[in-house]
Design a protein around this ligand. Sequence first.
Ligand code: NI
Length: 162
Amino acid sequence: MYKIVTLGEPVLNKNSIMIPEIDDEIKHFIEGMFETMYERKGIGLAAVQIGRPIRVFISHSPKDMPRVFINPEIIETAVEEDIYEEGCLSIPGINADITRPYAVKIQAWNESGRPFTLDADGLLARVIQHEYDHLNGILFIDRLKGKKKERLLKNYTRKAGA
Ligand code: NI
């Protein structure tokens, strides 16, 4: 199990880099990501949350199977939007309603390096967009407008300091 980096650590704001190939070390790292996600009862996790800014994230949302996304690209987003209360293992104890497109089409490599295209909607589309944001240094609280974000951050600092 890996340690998850939390809000305030600069790596979370970094743009993750593409990986040229999937070797045994990466495969092993991804296994460790799954262990860590399950241990922390998350449904998605990006490599950068382990402090390693490479373009890899995983998901296992309810009623879905475990999935690995390497060098992903969201190629389509639905016009229809959806509001859902999100949280993040890197910002423990904080949740907020976030508006996002209801569905996405994503291209990526799986853990064997095989390219795939996936149409996702509902919760899976939500997880994919949340994790994809992590690869671009964006946290879900960054999707909130000014005052709301400030209020949440104050709350977070108070909790962390308690
Ligand atoms: Ni997150």
